[in-house]
Ligand binder design. Structure first.
Ligand code: NDP
Length: 268
């Protein structure tokens, strides 16, 4: 995805012909040393994935607002003798939902499934975007409660309610959006993370999972006539925004090449 974007960018700016995006497998206990080494070796930027996103937030000189609110970092930019931390996951979620469902988080009533790292980023993005109301449904009450506590100072006047996995939700306004941020659906025999018939009022479903491309949840949404999309757009747009941070090239300009490359690699 990034290599395709750099090739596209090199067509109009020869500098990018020499750039590379490389994967490194780093153990959690080696993260600080690895980041130091990458900086010394002249790397301009880094993307981080689980389990590094939270730990890295303590290893940078400054955090952008999105990373501060989420308490997690997925993008680093080399600064003066230190890394600066950013979080583009929320941007990716908003852009993916806009592109594939034609909907905005602003003003939306959102039912969020999950309370892990991805759910935290999604909940923060919903609140930062000005959603109208947020329900969070999770299997384990301790992680649900921890997420609700994290969100309390960010919620302002937006009602944020927790609900147990499997419970029916009454009072969701018509037109609501479900976002799946659980990992239920990654494997073919996984159960769906929720029965959409328990959420009257829901009109659209966004599943952050993109591999497989059609989870049980999305299949049910389709059967029930709800608009639905998988998380490929989120993946693409968070990556495009990271590239913008490193290069200054607008995310929207490179996203189509990244999407085409990702879809091809995933066999869509
Ligand atoms: P975590 O491990 O931090 O959280 C997993 C969440 O899934 C928890 O809330 C867990 O609930 C819930 N869960 C797991 N299995 C089930 C099940 N069988 N039924 C109900 N709930 C379940 O993972 P992440 O938050 O990092 O990632 C979650 C998903 O989001 C992954 O599928 C990941 O691929 C996707 N993702 C997609 C991105 C994209 O760009 N499209 C970006 C980031 C993530 P409990 O607390 O009860 O264990």
């Amino acid at each position: 995805m990034h290599t395709a974007a750099l090739a596209e960018m090199a067509k109009t700016d020869a500098r990018f012909a020499d750039w590379s995006y490389l994967p490194f497998d780093v153990q959690p206990e080696d993260l600080a040393a690895a980041l130091e080494l990458l900086r010394e070796r002249g790397f301009l930027g880094v993307n981080l994935t689980v389990p590094h996103k939270v730990h890295a937030a303590a290893l940078v000189s400054e955090l952008d607002r999105a990373a501060r609110d989420a308490g997690a970092v997925n993008t680093l930019l080399a600064g003066d003798g230190a890394w600066r931390g950013f979080n583009t996951d929320g941007y990716g979620l908003s852009a993916g939902i806009r592109e594939d469902l034609g909907r905005e988080l602003r003003g939306a009533a959102v039912v969020l499934l999950g309370a892990g790292g991805a759910a935290r980023a999604a909940a923060v993005q919903c609140l930062r975007s000005g959603c109208a109301a947020l329900w969070i449904v999770n299997r384990t009450s301790s992680s649900l409660n921890a997420l609700l506590a994290h969100l309390a100072p960010l919620a302002g006047a937006v009602p944020v309610r927790g609900a147990a996995h499997g419970s029916a939700l009454a009072g969701i306004p018509a037109g609501a959006l479900v976002i799946n941020a659980t990992s239920a659906g990654l494997r073919p025999d996984d159960p769906a993370p929720a029965d959409l018939r328990s959420f009257p009022g829901v009109a659209a479903v966004y599943d952050m999972i993109y591999n497989p491309p059609r989870t049980r949840l999305l299949a049910q949404a389709q059967e029930l006539g709800m608009a639905n999309a998988n998380g490929l757009g989120m993946l693409v747009h968070q990556g495009a925004k990271s590239l913008e941070i490193w290069t200054g090239v607008p995310a929207a300009k490179v996203a189509p090449a990244m999407r085409a490359a990702a879809a091809k690699a995933l066999g869509y």
